[in-house]
Design a protein around this ligand. Structure first.
Ligand code: ATP
Length: 329
């Protein structure tokens, strides 16, 4: 049987319960063992739900034969690389290669203000770093990917290429292992829960590939990027505490280059402003600004302006999509 051609049966029951997830896991573990045998598998592990569920499934099936590579490109959210190391290396005993490529990415991005160029640099550099790590490893025959069913459908309809870690050099012609390829995103989450992955990893909001890079509009500087990371962490913490996290589709902060005059500790402070973006959407194509209780916004503003270096104002973005997009770049 060619496991890479398996399609989702039209009458397949939606995986909504732990019992159904358990059955799916058992089935996939057997299929992975059959496909891979005693060979080694490589996986680019972002810490996002898809690659994390694939990692957990493969660890269950083949343990140390899986090599996970996590690339810290310096644009991850606060605590993300630490969580990947804690969950996969420390708790699941995975064979994890952690690459801190922060300087490499930020040096290449220095002075680049065009959004498309920034995205290209981040994507291209990611492939290079990943390919370099793959070349250091012996005997890899398989590449695991977190391809899901909508990816397959979109690639068949010509909307986008589904090769997740796409663009690997030609000499890296690995056979694919795609254990969640017939699942929809909500099913991947139920399976992730059943595999014991942390709730915040399984239910985390969508995060763009270029990470915080697109929330630091214009040319990225390390100090402004740090302001994005710290303010985003405060926003997430406060939304969690105030019961907003599960109700709002996407929320994050953006720190543009623009500065304005303010006062800090009795002195003039010429600093950046932090824009809070929080949107609700049912169809992804359109979105509306979320209604945040006034006192919550006042508290978030107070924390960001006092705890984050370089920020003297907080603004709320009321723009729906359209005319805006969800992200800024
Ligand atoms: N920082 C990273 N380190 C390692 N692999 C990564 C990293 N970022 C992305 N990847 C790889 O590229 C794939 C596609 O990334 P993308 O940002 O499009 O996320 P995605 O399709 O939502 O998947 P996921 O939920 O796994 O993040 C990921 O599944 C992962 O295999």
């Amino acid at each position: 049987m060619n496991v890479n051609k398996i399609r989702r049966p039209a009458d397949m029951e939606r995986i909504t319960t732990p019992k159904l997830a358990k059955a799916f896991i058992e089935e996939q573990v057997a299929l992975i063992k059959e496909q891979v045998g005693d060979k080694k598998v490589l996986l680019a592990l972002s810490g996002g739900v898809d690659s994390s569920v694939v990692a957990a499934l493969l660890i269950k099936a083949i343990g140390q034969q899986l090599v996970c590579v996590h690339v810290n490109h310096g644009l991850l959210r606060k605590g993300e690389p630490e969580q990947v190391i804690e969950v996969f290396r420390n708790q699941m005993n995975a064979n994890l290669v952690y690459v801190d490529a922060t300087d490499r990415f930020l040096d290449k991005l220095a002075g680049v203000d065009d959004p498309e160029k920034k995205r290209k640099i981040i994507g291209g550099e990611f492939i290079e770093v990943f390919a370099e790590e793959a070349r250091k490893l012996d005997g890899i025959e398989f590449l695991a990917q977190g391809t899901i069913w909508p990816d397959i459908l979109e690639s068949e309809e010509g909307i986008k290429a589904h090769h997740n870690a796409g663009g690997l050099p030609e000499d890296m012609d690995f056979e694919l292992v795609e254990p969640v390829r017939i699942l929809f995103k909500d099913e991947v989450r139920v399976v992730g829960d059943e595999l014991g992955l942390p709730h915040d990893m399984v239910y985390r909001q969508p995060f763009p590939g270029p990470g915080l890079g697109v929330r630091c509009p214009g040319a990225i500087t390390r100090d402004r990027l740090e302001a994005v990371r710290e303010s985003d962490a405060i926003l997430r913490e406060e939304f969690d505490k105030n019961g907003l996290a599960g109700k709002i589709w996407q929320y994050f902060t953006v720190v543009p280059e623009f500065r304005s005059t303010g006062i800090k500790n009795g002195k003039r402070a010429f600093e950046w402003c932090c824009i809070v973006r929080a949107v609700c959407s049912t169809d992804v194509m359109t979105a509306t600004a979320a209604e945040i209780p006034h006192e919550v916004m006042v508290h978030i503003t107070d924390r960001i302006t006092h705890e984050v270096a370089g920020i003297n104002r907080v603004l709320y973005d009321f723009t729906p999509k359209p005319t805006g997009t969800v992200e800024f770049e």
